[in-house]
Design a protein around this ligand. Sequence first.
Ligand code: 13P
Ligand code: SF4
Length: 315
Amino acid sequence: MTEDTLKKEIIRLKKEKNAVILGHYYQRHEIQEISDYIGDSLALAQQAQEATADIIVFCGVHFMAETAKILNPSRKVLLPDMEASCSLAESCKAEDFAPFKAAHPDHIVISYVNCSAEIKALSDLICTSGNAEKLVRSLPEDQKIIFAPDKNLGGYINRVTGRNMLLWNGVCTVHDAMQAEAILNLKVSHPDAKVIAHPECNAALLEVADFVGSTKAMLNYIKASPSQKFIVATETGILYEMQRENPDKEFITLRDNKSCACDDCAYMKLNTLDKLYNCLKTEQPEILMSPEIIEAAKRPIVRMLEMSKQLGILK
Ligand code: 13P
Ligand code: SF4
């Protein structure tokens, strides 16, 4: 099938089956084009919670689809490619994390949403890159905290809030591989560009950024900024929405100085139009979880959504 026919078929099947397609900003452009909602992980979790469609097709990675199922378990949740994992989720296994938590009984656990349902079930509060700083600031200053699994995001929150959270040693292999030196080289050719970076990047890179924020926060920053040029240190899928919202602005990525072709998340890119079509047609692969794990993982996610509303981050 041609791309156009595939898209038409996906839209037809979506109506026929009363399905909704949620797409993350890092998905392939053609998937974002036909998604009903595109967003960052926080906005998509809220969309999933409120979805009334019979089927939620989650075009993102496994932990995101799992979060959708946890928040709306009576819906059928499909993920076009079950192999679409995340290096952060892979870095933190429940069998390793449980004893680490047990060794620090006076700490609460805040986990970045990029983790498995089993890790969520071991957590007191979930956060995303869009709300982590505000959630941490809202807790008493003397509260002892374990932050898992992203040591880069956790380290960034420690630096901006002055906290001393105990960090799990995980990274996003995509963002962690981006180098400050490559950004500085781009700055030489584009001295008028603002550097914007996702907090999953390493500390040296964040040090040279003009703005650090989640995918949605970066989009807001670009829209409000008088600058015309931006050096973007995050996954390249986001360029679709950046360019769509700001057709007159220029975006430069790390691959533009040929120093790195590492800014594509191989997991995110596993979902294709073909797989999306097949998954709507066959209603497979489906996210299936035990009621016990759903119940245990739901508590800290719902707490995050409620606190985000109280703090004015979500409506
Ligand atoms: P956001 O929380 O900004 O959507 O990021 C998710 C993610 O996987 C970043 O690598
Ligand atoms: Fe996970 Fe990194 Fe891919 Fe995001 S970009 S899904 S954190 S591996």
